[in-house]
Design a protein around this ligand. Structure first.
Ligand code: BGC
Length: 551
């Protein structure tokens, strides 16, 4: 049930967010040149709205050579001309706001492209000067040796020699992405000014890319250091002074305790991607057991009141297995990526539908979890229609192919020649655009797309999903998990059978509560005496059931 918001609650808008992540490049091409653009995105905003999202997160669109798909910036104040110009961006923001959609943009603050004028200036500047110190230099390549290499497939060191500077420079990602030096106050100030610039373009939030790596120190892992958190608090303060409703989302793929530090005392990031939970959802389904989800959730319930998890299943990167144990990684690789080409770095470059063997029931189950676990869900474009991937493409491009709108040429993404698209559309097989596309699913009442729309509509009627507490219930079946979401008397019971077999489970509810009635999914629920609920589930079945809506 929806409640009326007080002023302070309204400023916590991100707690009710349903975020749709997309890349302007591959969403919709309005001018037929083969690349998506802001004008195209504007034409598709109603689709996002009707899906049931209320927030759009767009991947990097600043000027860039595109060697890491825009995560290599050369001008933090310019729109990549392939996508349009600043006016087009502004029109997009106003068109989104006119529909009640918020806009989150990407801020790649840890590093730039090596083509960035700051780097070009730094490599030619005097040692010890402020300009030189925009980046991290060393005569030797053995400094900070405890820092891991992240892109293990392509890099074997975090240092690269620069003959112009006559020194090595530090980079946590590709060698063409030198890390900015956040020990230099001028860098912090420059980035704050970049943020203020975009806040003034009326955006609603930033995803802070690769945020754990801002500061490095000898003898440490150079990740999530106290100094990094001090800088984030400073950034938060400046951002809020400019506009108190701006939201910061941390992309911190770190161990559980470390990710939680990004909330600070409610004075750092408003949200953080729930990296500890994501692989455990895949683990739970692979094992047919609830425990991986239960432990990840219970360990992460206690966050500051004003903060919120951003929960996700898939995104534009590989499904990261960096933070799971070696044993679990091997298990997940063999369960979900038996073929070597599906693996990249320490992860899996596949989309949700192929990971679930295109099994509709499992895809629904995953979404039903995503939409009911504590936090704000982030949906990756195309997963709502069950799009596939193309692992023959390099890097992580296989999960970034153009959106499939229709069964017409290029899946309706672009009118350009097929060979002249920014990335190839998936055209053949079970995931080809003739079989998987928005138009045909809109016409089919039983489609995945219509199911996702329905699930989001049900979710939007209940504040408990975004704002409520989560209490895990005891069940007598290790394949079934059950929890209660509760916000101001709006109480929903959510239960899931994670296994491929039919299951029966007894779920202990508070005997004083009324009997549940199913809102979404299926399941035979029999209430016995003393609040004992006997539920039976088909393979991978789930239900959300309303218990009460009192305020
Ligand atoms: C982004 C990646 C990118 C990397 C370097 C990540 O965290 O999500 O797509 O390649 O940062 O910017």
């Amino acid at each position: 049930m929806k409640t009326r918001r007080t002023g302070q609650e309204q400023s916590l808008w991100y707690k009710d967010a349903v975020i749709y992540q997309l890349h302007v490049r591959t969403f919709f091409d309005s001018d037929g040149n083969g690349t998506g653009d802001f004008q195209g995105l504007i034409q598709k905003l109603d689709y996002i709205l009707e899906l049931g999202a209320n927030t759009v997160w767009i991947m990097p669109f600043f000027r860039s050579p595109g060697d890491d798909d825009g995560y290599d910036v050369t001008d933090y104040r310019a729109v990549d001309p392939r996508y349009g110009n600043l006016n087009d961006f502004r029109n997009f923001v106003s068109a989104a706001h006119a529909r009640g959609l918020r806009v989150i943009i990407e801020l790649v603050l840890n590093h730039t492209s090596d083509d960035h004028p700051w780097f070009q200036r730094a490599r030619r500047s005097e040692i010890g000067s402020t300009d030189r110190d925009y980046y991290v230099w060393s005569k030797n390549d053995d400094k900070f040796s405890q820092a891991r290499v992240i892109f293990t497939d392509v890099e074997n060191s975090n240092w690269t020699w620069d003959p112009i500077a006559n020194a090595h420079y530090w980079h946590r990602f590709y060698e063409h992405q030198p890390d900015l030096n956040y020990n230099n106050p001028a860098v912090v100030q420059s980035m704050i000014e970049v943020m203020q610039y975009w806040i003034d373009q009326d955006i609603d939030g930033f995803r802070l890319d690769a945020v754990p790596y801002l500061i490095e120190r000898e003898g440490t892992s150079s990740e999530s250091l106290a100094e990094t958190h001090r800088i984030l608090k400073r950034i938060r303060k400046s951002v809020c002074e400019r506009n108190p409703d701006i939201v910061l989302i941390a992309e911190a793929n770190q161990p559980t305790e470390k990710v939680m530090e990004y909330f600070g005392d409610g004075d750092e990031c408003h949200m953080a991607f729930h990296f500890p939970l994501m692989p455990q959802i895949f683990m739970a389904i692979a094992k047919g057991k609830g425990q991986p989800i239960i432990s990840a959730v219970t360990r992460t319930l206690d966050i500051p009141d004003s903060c919120q998890w951003a929960i996700f299943l898939r995104n534009h990167d590989e499904l990261s297995l960096e933070m799971v144990s070696d044993k679990d990684r091997q298990y997940l690789w063999s369960a979900y990526a038996p073929e070597e080409e599906a693996r990249i770095n320490l992860g899996i470059r596949r989309r949700l539908a192929p990971l679930m063997d295109n099994d509709r029931q499992r895809i629904e189950l995953m979404h039903a979890l995503l939409l009911s676990l504590p936090g704000s869900p982030v949906l990756y474009y195309g997963d709502e229609i069950g799009m596939g991937d193309n692992i023959a493409l390099a890097d992580r491009h296989g999960v970034r192919t153009p959106m499939q709108w229709t069964d017409e040429a290029n899946g309706g993404f672009s009118s350009n020649a097929e060979d002249d698209l920014t990335l190839p559309v998936i055209s053949d097989g079970a995931y080809g655009f003739r079989r998987v596309n928005v138009a045909s699913q809109l016409d089919d009442a039983g489609s995945l797309l219509n199911w996702v729309r329905h699930a989001l509509a049900v979710r939007s009627e209940h504040d408990c999903f975004g704002r409520g507490t989560c209490r895990i219930l005891e069940t007598n079946n290790e394949s079934v998990i059950s929890f209660i979401r509760d916000y101001a008397g709006d109480i929903v019971l959510c239960s899931f059978n994670l296994s491929s077999d039919q299951q029966a489970a007894n779920i202990q509810l508070n005997p004083d509560l009324p009997a549940p009635s199913v809102l979404l999914g299926s399941g035979d629920l029999q209430t016995g005496g003393k609040g004992l609920l006997a539920a039976t589930f088909a393979p991978y079945a789930y239900h959300w059931a309303l218990i009460a809506t009192e305020s």
